[in-house]
Design a protein. Structure first.
Length: 135
């Protein structure tokens, strides 16, 4: 882990379902998380203090999924400014750039020499919608 501090269990709740669709989405989120953490560690990020996975709220909802399904992975990381900059650049490099929904970088509380980055990454699935009259 190159001296990067990560939360125990990556801060994720244990999965308590047998629903294949939910398990599949969680695995996609873990893949996205793995790719993000690898890039963060390579960039020199010191700490990841929060990880949260949020499945698309319409999954399992009455109205069903729309055309675009979004699974969000939210991270909070702390590092010196060059490491945060290198991580942000790394999210867009390579054969599979990461989809960044939003980010907020600010001085870490109590530390002038560190930056806290809150970033939301998205695993996107596209669905075809049934035409009216089709079943």
């Amino acid at each position: 882990r190159a001296r990067c501090v990560l939360p125990d269990g990556l801060g994720l709740e244990p999965l308590k379902t047998n629903d294949v669709e939910v398990i599949g989405r969680q695995l996609e989120a873990l893949d996205l998380l793995d790719r993000a953490l690898r890039r963060a560690i390579e960039a020199g990020v010191d700490r990841v203090s929060r990880v949260e996975v949020q499945l698309d709220p319409s999954l399992g909802g009455r109205s069903g999924l729309g055309r675009v399904e979004r699974t969000r992975v939210q991270l909070r990381m702390v590092a010196d400014p060059p490491a945060i900059t290198a991580f942000l650049h790394a999210t867009q490099r390579g054969a599979t750039p990461l989809v960044v929904d939003s980010y907020d970088a600010r001085a870490a509380s109590g530390r002038e020499d560190e930056v806290a980055l809150d970033i939301t990454l998205v695993a996107v699935r596209l669905h075809e919608l049934a035409e009216e009259g089709e079943e």
